[in-house]
Design a protein around this ligand. Structure first.
Ligand code: SF4
Ligand code: SF4
Length: 183
């Protein structure tokens, strides 16, 4: 079945998940190092406050990452939800809320809901995927974007670090950490 967004859905621009566990807090939209400055400058031009923090780092061992291969743009709500570029006063063609930087959005947004290219795997949290988990067409631009991300996030050092955001629901504050955690 052909992939297309569910009418009026904006779920993936609003809801943020704990990943890989609650201890790491909620994640933001993945932003590649080469995208960071561009996204920050769009935000500045639009007068929008954004917070882009580290997500994945690499090292040859040691006490912390020597290089960052991915950042993340955090949601603007206190619980980590809602992308700061989501425009609740405008609608997209499928009737969801519009993205203020749609043509320039991060590759991660262009790839979603695709999470694997071989075999093609969709994020089961996407509203479309909940009704049709095996969409197999109309995914060319998502596939291209995900392949670009995979090429650019080249893990050329043996130790991987994940940044715990410390952001989430008030009830979960006790279990969440903040800062780099070795994987
Ligand atoms: S990709 Fe999925 S979750 Fe996101 S707006 Fe489309 S249908 Fe909704
Ligand atoms: S940048 Fe745009 S497409 Fe990506 S999460 Fe934000 S509002 Fe949605």
């Amino acid at each position: 079945m052909e992939f297309k967004c569910v009418d009026e859905c904006s779920q993936c621009c609003i809801e943020r998940e704990y990943y890989p566990t609650k201890k790491f807090g909620k994640i933001g939209v993945l932003v590649l190092p080469e995208e960071k400055q561009r996204i920050e400058s769009f935000a500045k031009d639009l007068g929008i406050h954004i917070d882009i923090i580290p997500r994945i780092g690499l090292s040859n061992g040691g006490k912390g990452p020597e290089k960052i291969i991915a950042y993340q743009m955090m949601g603007k709500d206190q619980n980590g939800n809602t992308c700061p570029f989501l425009d609740k006063n405008a609608k997209s063609p499928h009737g969801g809320f519009a993205c203020k930087i749609y043509n320039q959005r991060p590759l991660a947004c262009k790839a979603y809901p695709l999470i694997e290219t071989s075999p093609i795997t969709l994020d089961q949290k996407c509203k479309f995927c909940q009704t049709c988990p095996t969409a197999d067409s109309n995914l060319n631009s998502e596939i291209e974007s995900l392949i670009q991300i995979q090429h650019k996030m080249n893990a050329d050092m043996p130790t991987i670090w994940r940044y715990a955001t410390g952001i989430g629901e008030p009830d979960d504050l006790q279990v969440m950490k903040k800062g780099w955690i070795k994987q």
